[in-house]
Ligand binder design. Structure first.
Ligand code: CMP
Length: 145
């Protein structure tokens, strides 16, 4: 079924965003919203709050706030599961061994600098889309059209 999900190109891969957009579109997703933003540490902490307490949390927050990210709304059939599948394993080095066609295999570096993020549930997708594309903004955009 047709569904929305949230995708984010992380700082390590923003320089390859052209190729990544093509890869996403060629894989059957429609990009319905997209913007480049630089998060500060507070925003990065909130975005990744589900990982609070994990050993990698502090480094992750610092990394995500280290440069701009590209946030996207993707639409497609079962897009939440299918986007996660296209991403491949979290660790790009593992991805290159196990799923060489995946986005993280092609564009990522390692377990942290893994090129892109994808929502893992309908709940996360709604939260993460709202984080980057607040409904109030959407209403304003609709008024302009
Ligand atoms: P993402 O899918 O965005 O979800 C949480 C992120 O934390 C993950 O991608 C990686 O960037 C990072 N991450 C997850 N596990 C580790 C780990 N073991 N070491 C370092 N970073 C990690």
């Amino acid at each position: 079924r047709r569904q929305r999900t949230f995708a984010m190109v992380k700082p390590d891969a923003v320089s390859k965003v052209g190729e990544i957009v093509t890869f996403i579109q060629d894989s059957g997703f429609e990009i319905t919203q997209m913007k480049m933003v630089k998060l500060d540490q507070e925003q990065a902490k909130i975005f990744y709050e589900e990982h609070l307490g994990r050993s990698f949390y502090r480094d992750l927050v610092e990394y995500i706030a280290s440069g701009p990210v590209v946030a996207m709304e993707l639409v497609g059939n079962d897009s939440i599961a299918n986007w996660r599948k296209l991403l491949g394993p979290t660790d790009s080095e593992v991805a290159r061994l196990e799923v060489p066609d995946s986005l993280r295999a092609k564009f990522g570096t390692n377990n942290q600098k893994n090129a892109a993020h994808g929502s893992d549930s309908t709940f996360s997708a709604l939260r993460e889309l709202e984080f980057f594309f607040p409904s109030e903004d959407n209403k304003k955009q609709q008024n302009i059209r």
